[in-house]
Design a protein around this ligand. Structure first.
Ligand code: NOJ
Length: 696
């Protein structure tokens, strides 16, 4: 049998220059379903390749798919096996829609709490992000669909995202921003999407050092690099810098007129689109220029063959060159159940004075301006339209044994899609007073509040939009058994948190919103989630200075170095309100017998000391034994393990520690000097056992 390499080499011999060029830039999909489309070469039986968004499920306008929880919610499960399952399910749905490449996972580190796409990403920690990025890639590709990890690299804000230049030192780049991409590559990701941003003066779509030397050289990436949509600026520099495929390969004007946006031409004012959008007028550089670039010797013929060869090899790896295409599966019972399971498992119990879990028979006031709609996700290219969904009112009503009353309280929060507000749900016809009265009459009040976030824009602040804070305070005044369920894209300020009985972070939970929230509120499932991002007052983040965010004169300085997330808060006087890794359980746990197993493993016996089942997430942080860490962060997450324990059960939990936690990037990777301690912890702020740790 012919090997893939031979098969690809034979094809490359046959393809003429025009055909090679056709394999490396997008075109319009005649079926109109793909986000990005390579037409293939019919003469040689190379089929088309369809790329589709995105990280929360398959997004095709006018088509439906399972709306999975946002990646941040998935990551809050601290259970990469769920990420693998969600990735596989998304792969099956992509295949069922006739697509070949899923544009996800997104794995930019959460650096700025305001980030408009934080919900699409995993974490403020590189080891944690890496575990989820790898698991999603494995899952998607297990279904013979290619995963495209994005947006490489340091694409951490939406403000001016198309043009911003990120000035970042080599150490934070290596220690924080690159590891999740590397993990995705090690997991076999078929494609990498370059970010819109520049890094240290060079656009990522033409970054010879980061695309060529690091990604393809040091890491041995054999897949192809695809530009973010309209994210190229120069054909020669891109091709020579390491970009393999330009997308969408057609101009925004062509796309707009195809979509009939205006009879006589596009009804889009491209100058008005703002810094969150790339220049969509000129994005067919490879189509119009690349052949001539090769002819002129500005791009070598070998390089063009390499670009096309990378695409062909990946097609071969999922059987497409042999005419194989998986059937996939769409909206199955299994996918519905998985969407709910992930939403449940990612839900974080931030605080609870004992009001939760709810009594089955309690009379409940369900309060909140948007309780009649499921929160499917944020705005932008990740929006999914599901077949089914459950709203907070539906979820609680179905589960409650007592009476349920509903009050909206304040004006609904309109979702954002790119820059546009979308129609909010039907009129919220109650006042704050009505909501407080409903709360006073019930045994318990559950208030659902939400933020809003979208691609192409960062959040203006960390407050809840509209008058939701006022609503929570009024309800809490009326009923001291008030529970607040927060649906947010990342950290939000919770100014009333001391005045309410419980706070639950339920993120953007997707189509199972109401059912998942009810399962946790009533204790059918233990809240298994932990925070993948620190929650703190807006003024306490390391990015409050404008040169760090949103930047000045188009430049953002990552001058906080490695002090991002908990690595910042632990060293600052102004600490986190809820630290990284935090989350309560309805059960309680004791740790004993913590010890080192080998050079990269620790273990401890964890006992559930409660009379109900629960889920514990054992987190392992590394720090130097003498506490003297110089300029480096106090502790680094090295591993974690989520475990379910029945009432009274004790199990031995082994945690594998990432090598990265034991090295620093200072003129190349350097092993850190021991001795170390490994802290087994419930969060970055709650250490339960300390293990002296030797590395050989
Ligand atoms: C731009 C976004 O940044 C990217 O994530 C997405 O996959 C493409 N648009 C295609 O929609």
């Amino acid at each position: 049998m012919e090997s893939t390499d031979d098969e690809v080499a034979a094809l490359l011999d046959e393809l003429d220059r025009a055909e090679l060029v056709r394999l490396v830039h997008g075109a319009l999909d005649p079926e109109g379903t793909a986000t990005g489309y390579l037409p293939g070469v019919e003469r040689l039986d190379v089929p088309p390749l369809r790329f589709v968004d995105g990280p929360l499920g398959v997004r095709i306008p006018d088509r439906r798919a399972t709306a999975f929880p946002a990646p941040l919610a998935l990551a809050a499960s601290f259970d990469p096996s769920l990420a693998r399952s969600q990735g596989a399910a998304m792969g099956r749905e992509a295949a069922a829609h006739g697509q070949d490449v899923l544009l996800g996972p997104g794995t930019n580190l959460i650096r700025v709490p305001h980030g408009g796409r934080n919900f699409e990403y995993f974490s403020e920690d590189p080891v944690h992000s890496a575990a989820f990025a790898a698991a999603v890639v494995e899952g998607v590709q297990s279904e013979d669909v290619l995963a495209c990890v994005k947006h490489y690299v340091a694409n951490n804000q939406e403000t001016d995202r198309a043009t911003v230049d990120v000035r970042v030192g080599e150490q934070p780049l290596r220690e924080l921003y690159l590891p999740a991409f590397r993990a995705a590559v090690d997991a076999g990701a078929g494609a990498v999407m370059s970010g819109y941003n520049s890094v240290n003066g060079t656009p990522m779509s033409e970054h010879g050092r980061l695309l060529g030397d690091v990604l393809k050289g040091e890491w041995g990436f054999e897949g192809f690099v695809v530009s973010d949509w309209f994210g190229t600026t120069d054909s020669v520099r891109s091709a020579n810098g390491g970009l393999d495929v330009e997308m969408p390969g057609v101009t925004g004007e062509e796309l707009a007129s195809l979509m009939g946006m205006d009879e006589g031409g596009p009804d889009v004012d491209f100058d008005e689109l703002g810094g969150g959008m790339p220049d969509m007028r000129t994005a067919a550089r490879f189509e119009t220029e690349l052949a001539a670039d090769v002819e002129a010797g500005d791009v070598s013929a070998d390089r063009l063959a390499d670009m096309a060869g990378r695409v062909l090899s990946q097609m071969a790896s999922v059987g497409r060159l042999d005419g194989e295409r998986p059937d996939g599966a769409l909206d199955t019972d299994e996918h519905r159940a998985l969407a709910e399971r992930v939403a449940v498992r990612g839900t974080v119990l931030l605080a609870n004075d004992g009001v939760l879990p709810l009594d089955d028979e309690a009379d409940v006031a369900v309060v909140g301006p948007n309780v009649d709609e499921a929160l499917l996700g944020g705005g932008g290219s990740s929006e999914v339209t599901p077949f089914v969904s459950s709203t907070p009112v539906e979820g609680v009503t179905e589960r409650a044994g007592g009476e349920v009353t509903v009050a909206h309280g304040v004006e609904p929060v309109a979702d954002l899609s790119f820059f546009e507000e979308t129609e909010p749900p039907a009129d919220a016809d109650s006042s704050v007073e009505d909501a407080a009265a409903a709360a006073a009459d019930a045994d318990v009040a559950v208030v659902f509040v939400r933020d809003r976030a979208t691609e192409a824009m960062d959040r203006p602040d960390l407050r809840l939009p509209g008058r939701q804070d006022e609503l929570v305070s009024a309800v809490a005044d009326a009923n001291d058994r008030t529970v607040v369920v927060v649906n947010s894209s990342g950290p939000v300020e919770l100014p009333w948190r001391e005045d309410v009985a419980a706070v639950v972070e339920n993120w953007y939970p997707g189509q199972a919103h109401g059912d998942a929230a009810a399962a946790v509120l009533y204790g059918d499932s233990d809240p298994g989630g932990r925070l993948p991002v620190s929650f703190a007052a807006e003024s306490a983040y390391p990015t409050t200075a404008s040169e760090r965010f949103p930047g000045e004169d188009g430049v953002v300085e990552y001058s906080e170095g490695c002090r991002v997330g908990y690595r910042h808060f632990e060293a600052s006087d102004d600490g986190a309100v809820y630290p990284f890794g935090h989350g309560e359980s309805y059960a309680s746990f004791a740790y004993r017998g913590a010890e080192q197993v080998d050079a990269s493993t620790v273990r401890a016996t964890v006992a559930n000391t409660a009379e109900r089942p629960g889920r514990e997430v054992v987190q392992a942080y590394v720090r130097p034994a003498d506490d003297a860490n110089g300029d480096a962060p106090v502790r680094d997450l090295a591993g974690f393990q989520s475990v379910h324990l029945d009432a009274g059960e004790a199990v031995t939990v082994e945690v594998t520690l990432a090598n990265d936690a034991f090295r620093r990037y200072e003129d190349g990777w350097q092993e850190r000097e021991g001795p170390f301690v490994v802290e087994l912890a419930r969060s970055a702020g709650d250490v339960r056992a300390t293990v002296p740790f030797e590395r050989p």
